[in-house]
Design a protein around this ligand. Structure first.
Ligand SMILES: Nc1ncnc2c1ncn2[C@@H]1O[C@H](COP(=O)(O)OP(=O)(O)OP(=O)(O)O)[C@@H](O)[C@H]1O
Length: 259
């Protein structure tokens, strides 16, 4: 099994006007190729910080972190991952196709390759035919799918997603969760996914990382026994509910630490 992301005793402390904030403390985690890893925990437990450290957007203050065996900086330069933010962040004056093309243009991709990539990724997120539409002509869920398509444009092996569906209603979210699993199965990407939702984490993941704040740390890592193929009604099975229960217990323990 290939380890794609490896954190050893990782620390990250922000220096603020109110003193140091220990956002990550002693984080040890191995993420293997093809894993779907969810990070769940209360606000401030360092989920986003960890994702940003992987993406070289924050600098760890201790320990080691490698991405595809490289430093996060080298991994960023070799375009090892795509990043999806909570808000879709599409440019309103650019069409969906032009939004997806933008990172490719910046990197100087040949024009012919670009057209083909845009078609491919739109197909992956089921937005065929929307290339010429503007973001405001799409629903919130479709915009978020377009932003996933943009993150897939480079065909990076790793997809980092920071609460991509947090602002969407439950029905749309269920639908996108199903589609994301299908995309993951088709592409065999390694996915790091931040969420506040227990059912979402359990439904999507092969590995669930439960975190706790002050200092931000990992309190439980659950390797999911659920099969890769997951219809939505798997959420009513005893196996699913058992994992959800373990996550809830882990979160509760983390909270007790604060009292
Ligand atoms: N740029 C920054 N400067 C100073 N402190 C920061 C910075 N970014 C995050 N923090 C602090 O680090 C801690 C971890 O923040 P982080 O955003 O990683 O948590 P999170 O688990 O993603 O939270 P949420 O669920 O609210 O997004 C918090 O206490 C936060 O206030």
């Amino acid at each position: 099994m290939t380890t794609v992301i490896q954190a050893n005793n990782l620390d990250l402390t922000y220096q603020t006007n109110d003193g140091p904030v220990h956002a990550l403390k002693g984080v040890d985690l191995d993420i293997n190729k093809g894993d779907f890893v969810s990070f769940i925990g209360p606000s401030g437990c360092g989920k986003t910080t960890f994702l940003r450290a992987i993406a070289d957007l924050e600098q760890p203050t201790g320990g080691t972190l490698t991405v595809n065996g490289m430093t996060p900086e080298q991994a960023r330069q070799s375009r090892a991952y795509g990043y999806v933010f909570q808000a879709a962040g599409l440019y309103p004056w650019r069409t969906i196709g032009d939004n997806i093309r933008l990172p490719l243009e910046i990197m100087g991709y040949p024009k012919s390759d670009m057209a083909q990539r845009v078609t491919e990724v739109l197909e992956l997120v089921h937005l065929e035919g929307f290339e010429k539409k503007f973001p405001w002509q799409l629903s919130g869920g479709m915009q978020q799918r377009a932003s996933i398509a943009r993150a897939l444009a480079f065909d990076a092996d790793i997809l980092l997603m920071d609460e991509p569906f947090g602002a969407l209603d439950e029905i749309v979210r269920d639908h996108l969760n199903e589609q994301l699993l299908e995309l993951w199965a088709r592409t065999n990407k390694t996915i790091g996914f931040v969420t506040h939702s227990i059912p979402e984490a359990v439904y999507l993941s092969t590995k669930i990382v439960v975190m706790s704040p002050r200092p931000g740390r990992i309190t439980d890592i659950i390797d999911s026994p659920l099969p890769k193929e997951r219809p939505l009604d798997i959420r009513d099975t005893p196996e699913f509910l058992e994992i959800a229960h373990r996550v809830r217990e882990g979160l509760r323990e983390g909270h007790a630490y604060d009292d």
